[in-house]
Design a protein around this ligand. Structure first.
Ligand code: PEP
Length: 252
């Protein structure tokens, strides 16, 4: 059984508000005849979100945030709460991207707290997991992914598993131009789904949306999306122009 695909673009630290307006308007135009058979979202930097929302109005393009803090308020300089995002009309958030784990000290525990805070506020988390090349090559990939799942999803209910998206992003394939082969990606997605089945039962696991991320482009998206356990893509570089991202969406 194939689930509805979700294609999302992570803009990272790219695009001012003016650039966001322009790119989202261009994307909206290019998707004018899009038949809406899959979900689409973009994640601009915080200060460009309002411009993205305004430009996306009336289109199928959702606009989300790249991060959220887990506390409701307090001494957390530079952070934003889930309630603040919600008040700004934000209903989608990326959590635990490997760049946040690598550069900003994000752990499975903080991923878990941020995910719970988002769900409680009615915001859909896109929870990122994935192994490094060293972890894969040393035979530890499954242990690492299992730890990210068991600790990252601790205390999240079976019902909540359909209110979130999981993004499997092998760190060695992000921004490197190296994509996991469809067979490699499918095998790992099947493993991830089996871990969710162990935690929540097969019926719940069968409903969980698991995106693949790592150098996805218009030219390789169709083959990846045809895999049984791959339910969409989290895209970095190929989401930055309306031309590239619309081609990727239309090929998915
Ligand atoms: C990402 O940033 O999540 C990502 C997958 O990037 P890229 O598509 O550029 O590899």
């Amino acid at each position: 059984m194939k689930r509805r695909l979700f294609i999302a673009g992570n803009w990272k630290l790219n695009k001012t508000a003016a650039e966001t307006s322009q790119t989202v308007a261009d994307l909206k135009e290019k998707l004018a005849d899009f038949n809406g058979t899959l979900d689409v979202a973009l994640f601009p930097p915080f200060l460009s979100i309002a411009a993205g929302q305004a430009a996306a109005e009336g289109s199928p393009i959702g606009i989300g945030s790249q991060n959220v803090h887990f506390a409701e308020s307090g001494a957390y300089t530079g952070e934003l709460s889930a309630a603040m995002l919600k008040e700004a009309g934000i209903e989608l958030v990326i959590i635990g991207h490997s760049e946040r784990r690598q550069y900003f000290g994000e752990t499975n525990e903080t991923v878990n707290l941020r995910t719970k805070a988002s769900l409680a506020a009615g915001i859909k988390p896109f929870v990122c997991i994935g192994e490094t090349l060293q972890e894969r090559e040393s035979g530890n990939m499954e242990t690492v992914l299992k730890g990210q799942i068991v600790e990252g999803f601790a205390g999240i209910s079976a019902d909540q598993m359909t209110d979130l998206v999981v993004a499997y992003e092998p760190v060695w394939a992000i921004g490197t131009g190296v994509t996991a082969s469809p067979a490699q990606a499918q095998d790992t997605h099947a493993y991830i789904r089996s871990e969710f089945a162990a935690l929540y039962g097969q019926a719940v696991a069968d409903k969980v949306i698991i995106q693949y991320g790592g150098s996805v482009k218009a030219g390789n998206v169709a083959e990846l999306m045809s895999c049984e356990d791959i339910d969409g893509a989290l895209v970095g570089g190929a989401s930055l122009t309306a031309e590239d991202f619309s081609a990727l969406i239309l090929n998915a």
